[in-house]
Design a protein around this ligand. Structure first.
Ligand code: 3HC
Length: 291
């Protein structure tokens, strides 16, 4: 495997492209237009510059990584990739359409992977003629920092292809865990009910925003409290995942609490929106909201 195609250059796509190029792969990133592409590639360049400033990466290595990276707005340019990693918006129809096009564009051996957090991989794979060469590769935000990748096997993934993707995840410097194509895989199966419960605790007046966060940070050694993590992941993203998981399992623990729905309706989607459970007017000093 030599060349990787990354679909989408948002927060996840740019992080995925960065780890692929760092691991030595020629990496081409595709975005839908020049504006999104520039924004994503600028984010990636900033991340590499930061690593150089911190002495984690030499200027020489940075230049080599830059040489392995390229951007495009054309799906055609992914035709000779050995593996495609999709990290576009969580819209099943759009993913199916994109994979359907790539199925015609890419060579038959190319392996397709989705970074979806909660959509069903087998459903996407059926938009192609290669469900046996289709898997999930689920990364975590921030991708360059988080050490995990979930490698997801559908009922149709060829075991040899799956093994290749586990080895690929390891080559990217991640700990690869194996998961089946069950909605939310391992991490979100456990994380999402926990995050939703933190909102329910807030709704029921168990504790304040700060006290709930400090409890899990200081009492359990989590790097972030659950409400800070919700702001970090995005409330809209979490709401979307909870709906998919509730729809699949019909279990109360996956149901979105009313406050989450209302915050999403208000556009208070967390850190990226400047407002979520905290107000980020000063990003260095988030202030807990009063509801
Ligand atoms: N890109 C690259 N490096 C980054 C980064 C980024 N976006 N953000 C932070 N870092 C680096 C910093 O440079 C720093 O490096 P250093 O130790 O060499 O100086 C290191 O990470 C620690 O960063 P900070 O000191 O600034 O801050 P923290 O110690 O608070 O760490 C954090 C930040 C790594 C984000 C940490 O708070 C954390 O691990 N939080 C939990 C994140 C998490 O749970 N992610 C998973 C979300 S769920 C998900 O993605 C799945 C989806 O399906 C929902």
């Amino acid at each position: 495997m030599k060349k990787v195609g990354v679909l989408g250059c948002g927060l996840m796509g740019s992080g995925i492209a960065e780890v692929c190029a760092k691991a030595g792969y020629a990496t081409v990133v595709r975005e839908v237009d020049e504006g999104f592409l520039k924004k994503g590639m600028d984010r990636l360049a900033r991340s590499l510059s930061k690593a150089v400033e911190k002495g984690k990466l030499s200027a020489e290595d940075r230049a080599a990584i830059g040489g392995r990276l390229s951007g495009t707005t054309s799906l055609e340019e992914l035709k000779d990739c050995d593996v495609i990693l999709e990290a576009i918006v969580e819209n099943l129809d759009l993913k199916k359409e994109t994979f359907g096009t790539l199925d015609r564009v890419c060579k038959p051996e190319t392996i397709f992977c989705s970074n979806t957090s909660s959509l069903t991989i087998i459903e996407m794979s059926m938009a192609t003629k290669r469900p046996d060469r289709f898997a999930g590769l689920h990364f975590f935000n921030p991708v360059p920092v988080m050490r995990l990748v979930e490698v997801v096997k559908t009922i149709a993934t060829d075991p040899a292809v799956y093994q290749e993707m586990v080895a690929f995840g390891t080559k990217l410097g991640k700990i690869a865990v194996r998961a089946n194509d069950s909605t939310g895989f391992i991490v979100n199966r456990l994380l999402v009910p926990y995050l939703l419960d933190a909102i329910r605790a807030l709704e029921q007046g168990v504790g304040s925003i700060e006290d709930i966060d400090n409890s899990m940070k200081l009492g359990c050694g989590h790097p972030m409290g659950p409400l800070t993590l919700l702001d970090f992941v995005g409330l809209d993203t979490t709401y979307f995942i909870s709906q998919i998981m509730f729809d699949e399992f019909k279990e109360q623990r996956f149901a979105a609490p009313p406050l989450l729905k209302r915050m999403v309706l208000a556009g208070w989607n967390g850190r990226k929106a400047g407002r979520g459970f905290y107000d980020y007017s000063d990003p260095q000093k988030p202030v807990p909201q009063k509801f």
